[in-house]
Design a protein around this ligand. Sequence first.
Ligand SMILES: Nc1ncnc2c1ncn2[C@@H]1O[C@H](COP(=O)(O)OP(=O)(O)OP(=O)(O)O)[C@@H](O)[C@H]1O
Ligand SMILES: [Mg+2]
Length: 266
Amino acid sequence: MSGDISKTNASGATEEVAVKTSGLTKKYRRGDVEFAALSNVDLTIRRGEFVAVSGASGSGKSTLLHLIAGLTRPTSGSVEVEGKRIFDGGDRATTIFRRRRIGVVFQNYNLIPCLTAEENVLFPLRADGRDVGATREKIRALCEELEISRQLSQYPDALSGGQRQRVALARALAPDPAVLLADEPTGNLDWESGQNVCRVLDKLNREEERTIVLVTHEPAVAIWASRLIVLRDGEIAADLPTNGFADASALAARCQEIARRRSANA
Ligand SMILES: Nc1ncnc2c1ncn2[C@@H]1O[C@H](COP(=O)(O)OP(=O)(O)OP(=O)(O)O)[C@@H](O)[C@H]1O
Ligand SMILES: [Mg+2]
């Protein structure tokens, strides 16, 4: 079943919705105790938005991304991506939809060890029966921008953490996904390489209107997004535009303030 992906904004213009979660909840058990890794999250992300998701370790960032990607089923609530209710139609339908419309960069990369970096990058296209030849040049250019061209013939275990991370990003982008979900894609990179990845994402977002949801701990990365969502104990603690911040330090100070509010409330 498809939902309505149009939404009317305050000025009456119609915006298209890329991601919509309603009452999204994921509970796990810790021993005998059940707890909510994500609790009742209502979130709407417009098509073409660049959103950063931040929050302390364990606050539910990866859980949120996995639910949006349809990799984990929610305990309750729903997820729509590009108007499609992601869990309708069974696991196979979800997998095919994800392969075509959503790119995922996993926090632990999830590269296939027995394939070279290039084969990893091309894997989603091949799995979907798509013509690799038609997009090879575009993918080569992407790998050039991500500075991994010289590593393409190597196997993942011969790559550094930062190189693996960029191969995982190239793999997520290879099928031209409408929505990119990236879990700390700069977490293993030095500052300059991290900023370079941000430049590539920014370009994809601005020139191709790609919707990007990026989990990061780093204010210098989050500042590239236009909106910052801060998770706290599985709930949205803050949802703010980043254009009001002069620089990454100002954004970092605000994030610390949000974290302090938590301590004060605890
Ligand atoms: N499969 C699982 N089984 C049980 N508990 C889980 C599972 N996955 C996540 N959790 C728990 O859910 C909570 C949120 O985890 P999540 O991985 O989403 O956090 P995170 O914000 O991504 O943290 P980090 O910054 O360390 O990556 C944590 O308490 C974690 O231990
Ligand atoms: Mg995580």
